[in-house]
Ligand binder design. Structure first.
Ligand SMILES: [Ca+2]
Ligand SMILES: [Ca+2]
Length: 233
C-alpha cells in the first residue's frame, strides 16, 4: 500500500512536469543602449544597422528601413524585470516619408519551442505610421506570412493609452521549431517627415515543446521501475 502511494505520487509529479511548460523568453530589446543625437538613417549618426537582444538571443536588423531612427524616451510598460524606461526604438518617417512600407526585422531561433507570442509597448505621433503590420519568414526573408495588418488603436499617441501590444503566433505552427525565423514590422501611412512611432520592450516568448506522450510515459515507467527496484533491495 505504501509502495503504491509512492508510485502514484511519482506519476502525478511526472504528469505535472509535462504540463507545466511555462512560456520562456526567447529575446527582448529594451533599446536602452541607443544613443542618437539626431534622427539618422541606419548605419549613420549613431544608428546601428543591427542590434543584439538586450537579453535572450536574437538580432534586430534595421538595414532595410529607409526612414530615420532616433532614441526618444521609452517606457517601463512590458519591461523585463527592473529594466528602466530610458530609450525606445523611434522610427521616424523622414523627408518625403521614405520609412513608409520599409521593414524592421527581428531574427531568432524557435528550435524546441511552440506558441510564439510577441509583446511590446508602442505609441505614435498623429502623423506617424497609422498602419502597423507584423509578418514572419522562415526562409531567410524570401517570403513573408502576414499575421496582423494593424496592431494600433486610433488613439495611440502615448504608451499608456496603448498598453501592452500582443501579437499571438500560436495559430502559425510554421514559425515553430525553426533554427532561424524573421519577424518583420512594417509601418505605413506616415504623413510628415517628423512623424514617428516608438517601440519599446519588444519581447518574444514561447513555450518549450511538450515531449511526445510515448517518450514521457517511457521515462515515467523507467523511473517507477527504478524506485520499485530500489525499494525491493
Ligand atoms: Ca527602453
Ligand atoms: Ca535623440
Amino acid at each position: 500500500m505504501k509502495k503504491l502511494a509512492v508510485i502514484f505520487t511519482l506519476v502525478g509529479a511526472i504528469a505535472s512536469q509535462g504540463s507545466a511548460a511555462h512560456a520562456a523568453l526567447i529575446a527582448n530589446w529594451n533599446f536602452n543602449t541607443l544613443s542618437i543625437a539626431t534622427a539618422s538613417t541606419p548605419g549613420s549618426g549613431g544608428v546601428p544597422t543591427t542590434l543584439a537582444a538586450s537579453s535572450g538571443s536574437g538580432t534586430l536588423n534595421l538595414a532595410g528601413y529607409l526612414g530615420t531612427v532616433d532614441d526618444f524616451g521609452g517606457t517601463t510598460i512590458n519591461a523585463v524585470g527592473a529594466d528602466p524606461a530610458e530609450e525606445s526604438l523611434s522610427l521616424v518617417a523622414g523627408t518625403n516619408f521614405p520609412g513608409n512600407g520599409t521593414p524592421v526585422d527581428f531574427s531568432f531561433s524557435t528550435l524546441g519551442l511552440e506558441d510564439v507570442v510577441l509583446t511590446y509597448a508602442h505609441q505614435r505621433t498623429a502623423t506617424g505610421y497609422t498602419t502597423n503590420a507584423w509578418s514572419f519568414s522562415t526562409d531567410g526573408g524570401g517570403s513573408f506570412t502576414p499575421v496582423v495588418t494593424n496592431v494600433l488603436p486610433a488613439a495611440a499617441t502615448t504608451f499608456a493609452a496603448v498598453g501592452v501590444v500582443s501579437v499571438d503566433f500560436s495559430a502559425f505552427p510554421a514559425i515553430e521549431n525553426k533554427s532561424s525565423v524573421i519577424v518583420r514590422f512594417v509601418g505605413t501611412g506616415a504623413t510628415a517627415a517628423a512623424g514617428n512611432n516608438r517601440l519599446d520592450n519588444v519581447q518574444f516568448n514561447a513555450t518549450p515543446a511538450v515531449p511526445e506522450p510515448a517518450t514521457l510515459s517511457l521515462a515515467g515507467l523507467s523511473l517507477i521501475a527504478a524506485v520499485a527496484t530500489r525499494r525491493r533491495g
